[in-house]
Design a protein. Structure first.
Lengths: 578, 104
């Protein structure tokens, strides 16, 4: 029956079903299209944001502080990237970071710190969000810590400054603090120039962390600049070694040395003792960090004498071939007595300088108005900044007053009653070597000769320099500053240190000079402060330092020595070729 | 099958020929789309490569800085002087021992 019935039934279109299906399909498509249109046209922002949240990242490119090099490209300060290890105590607590103590032990071991100390820092306040565990760890250690996978312990890039020359140029180059900010010396003075800022950029990263698209700059970085100093590290190293030796041998409180290039005013070396190691920041003592060559002013003593002669020659109150009577070796001025070490009798100007006769100097000083003498000191750079542009520089001291007693005028001529820094003394002697031209002092390597000012005439400078040659030769006060092959024009100075109410028992031993006289290249000032030994004369203590630094420095600079037997032995190339 | 029967492929081809410009433009659009995808893929590849090179540069820079430090500490003047005088028995010649060679 069934079969028959089926056969009879012809397939019939059930209209309403068709309509329902069609309507349903249409609805399906319209809603799909509608949804697509909604996402595409009406509200695309939300999904874009979602996508960006998953792929957009801001990367920052760290920059290292600029290098400081000497004039020949030797490194004086180099920054190396390192990592800071810090912890987020809240995360550590939330993720039960203290479960695996082995990892913390490993962390403590690699940081060379007791585990308890580190744990204490993290456990002290569980709600704290930041605490440093250790700063400036090396990349290798940082890698190890990363692999420990301690929850809540992170690494952050920072940089560490190394000073390969260590204590040799410590005060000059200065140091940075732990946050890479220059706090002393060159690092401080040229901080802006050396510091760069990291650039920040938006990038799109793929799923596996590769940058696939670079978008806009968030922050334009500033690349740091390198700094080339005028220092010649070979000379600097030598200068430091020599004053260190002198400081120790004489148990001096401190010592400074300045080496200037006579023709440009560049500082080739500037060293001080006591020094410190800028690579280890523990136990820094401020008295070791001072760049005494320019922060400390001393009474220059007899080293000032050549400039009194120069001033008097300029003023015309004496002539080059004048003979001055110094007998009987003492002289009464305004109730006080000026003494020489012995009676030198009649002296030429050169003789006065060679024997460092106070009587002769007083006569020269009293022959000219005091304002003229002070004006000439000032023109030579005393009482003024040298142009070196470093923090803490002292300008020295020249009293500016109307009334001077005759005795005070006399003492001015042998270096009392005024103060000068070692740098200023070196600069004055450089003026003698540069034909009377005073150049601004520069600690940066110069591309061209700076403009100087003519402060004394070339003839006066030349003749004063020639007068000084006798100082280091037989009969002079500083035989120890004599250098074979390079004639020296220099002068010793030994000044008592002023204390409250007069002059005390401590001395300052100074030697300053230029060499070689026939073709001046370098001016050096050596100041040894408060030597404690038996000897305290500039000629005994400072002069040997001067001689060894000057002779080696001139050799390094390939300055031709003069020899007595024959000026120059010409090595014939053809003969050596045979 | 009679000859009068319509040849469907022929009609399709004729129709296509009739609209050949549209077809060419459509083809170009397709090619263009593929090219856009391809170039942006290439661009991303290069960006990623560039990034890797930048990282390499940073790594080399760090290495260079460390090598500099090593070089400086090894060639430090006082160290060289000490080695020259102590181990090699050298000394600095006195000015009078120097021979000046003038290059003509």
């Amino acid at each position: 029956m069934n079969k028959q019935a089926k056969r009879k039934q012809k397939p019939q279109l059930i209209q309403w079903r068709l309509y329902v299906v069609v309507a349903f399909v249409c609805l399906l498509f319209t809603s799909l299209i509608g949804r697509a249109a909604f996402i595409q046209i009406i509200e695309p922002e939300k999904l874009r944001r979602e996508s960006d949240m998953r792929s957009l990242r801001t990367t920052s490119r760290e920059v290292q502080r600029g290098l400081i090099t000497d004039r020949n490209g030797e490194m004086l300060a180099v920054s190396v990237p390192v990592k800071a290890v810090y912890a987020d105590p809240k995360v550590v607590h939330d993720e039960n970071g203290f479960e695996d103590m082995r990892r913390w032990q490993a962390l403590a071991d690699v940081l060379h710190e007791p585990k308890d100390k580190i744990l204490k820092r993290v456990q002290a306040n569980p709600r704290k969000r930041f605490t440093y565990l250790k700063r400036q760890v090396s990349p290798a250690v940082a890698d190890y810590i990363k692999k420990l996978k301690l929850p809540g312990v992170y690494l952050k890039p920072e940089s560490r400054r190394y000073y390969p020359t260590s204590e040799i140029s410590a005060q000059l180059v200065g140091i940075t603090n732990i946050d890479d900010l220059g706090i002393e010396g060159i690092e401080n003075a040229y901080d802006d120039w050396l510091t760069g800022t990291p650039s920040k950029q938006k990038v799109r990263k793929s799923r596996d962390g590769h940058v696939v698209e670079r978008l806009d700059m968030v922050q334009e970085g500033e690349s740091p600049n390198d700094l080339v100093l005028s220092i010649d590290q070979r000379i600097q190293q030598l200068a430091y070694r020599e004053i260190k030796k002198a400081t120790e041998a004489n148990q001096a409180t401190s010592a400074s040395i300045v080496v200037l290039d006579v023709n440009t005013g560049e500082v080739l070396a500037m060293a001080n003792t006591p020094s410190y190691n800028p690579n280890s920041r523990e136990n820094l003592q401020s008295y070791r960090m001072r760049n005494r060559a320019l922060t400390d002013a001393y009474e220059p003593g007899s080293t000032i004498k050549p400039f009194v002669v120069a001033a008097a020659l300029e003023a015309g109150t004496i002539k080059i071939d004048d003979i001055i009577k110094t007998s009987p070796g003492r002289m009464r001025i305004g109730g006080k007595i000026v003494r020489d070490t012995r009676n030198y009798g009649d002296l030429s100007l050169s003789g006065i300088l060679v024997h460092s006769s106070n009587v002769g100097m007083s006569k020269i000083a009293l022959s000219m108005p005091v304002q003229e003498l002070l004006g000439s000191y000032q023109a030579m750079g005393l009482g003024n900044y040298s142009g070196i542009n470093l923090g803490g520089e002292s300008s020295g001291l020249i009293h500016d007053r109307r009334r001077w007693s005759e005795f005070e005028r006399a003492t001015l001529s042998f270096g009392y009653g005024l103060m000068a820094t070692p740098l200023q003394i070196a600069r004055m002697y450089a003026t003698l070597g540069s034909k009377g031209v005073l150049y601004p002092v520069s600690i940066l390597k110069l591309k061209q000769k700076p403009e100087g000012t003519q402060v004394i005439s070339a003839e006066v400078a030349q003749s004063v320099m020639e007068m000084l040659v006798g100082v280091t030769e037989k009969g002079g006060t500083a035989r120890k500053a004599h250098i074979e092959g390079y004639p020296v024009a220099g002068k010793t100075g030994t000044a008592r240190k002023a204390v409250a109410g007069g002059y005390g028992e401590d001395y300052v031993a100074i030697f300053a000079g230029v060499a070689p006289v026939h073709n001046p290249r370098l001016a050096i000032a050596v100041v040894v402060n408060e030597p404690k030994g038996d000897r305290y004369y500039g000629g005994d203590i400072a002069a040997p330092v001067f001689a060894s630094v000057m002779s080696a420095a001139l050799q390094m600079l390939n300055v031709e020595p003069i020899s007595r037997r024959e000026k120059v032995r010409l090595a014939t190339l053809s003969r050596s070729a045979e | 099958m009679s000859k009068s029967q319509l040849n469907l492929p022929r009609i399709v081809l004729l129709d296509l020929w009739h609209h050949k410009w549209v077809m060419i433009v459509a083809l170009l659009v397709m090619l263009n789309a593929v090219a856009v995808v391809y170039t942006s893929y290439e661009g991303r590849k290069y960006t990623s490569q560039w990034e890797l090179l930048l990282q390499e540069r940073d790594r080399l820079d760090i290495e260079w800085r460390n090598l500099l430090l090593e070089e400086q500490s090894r060639s430090e003047h006082s160290r060289v002087t000490r080695m020259a005088t102590k181990e090699l028995n050298m000394r600095r010649p006195l000015p009078r021992e120097e021979v000046v060679v003038r290059v003509p």
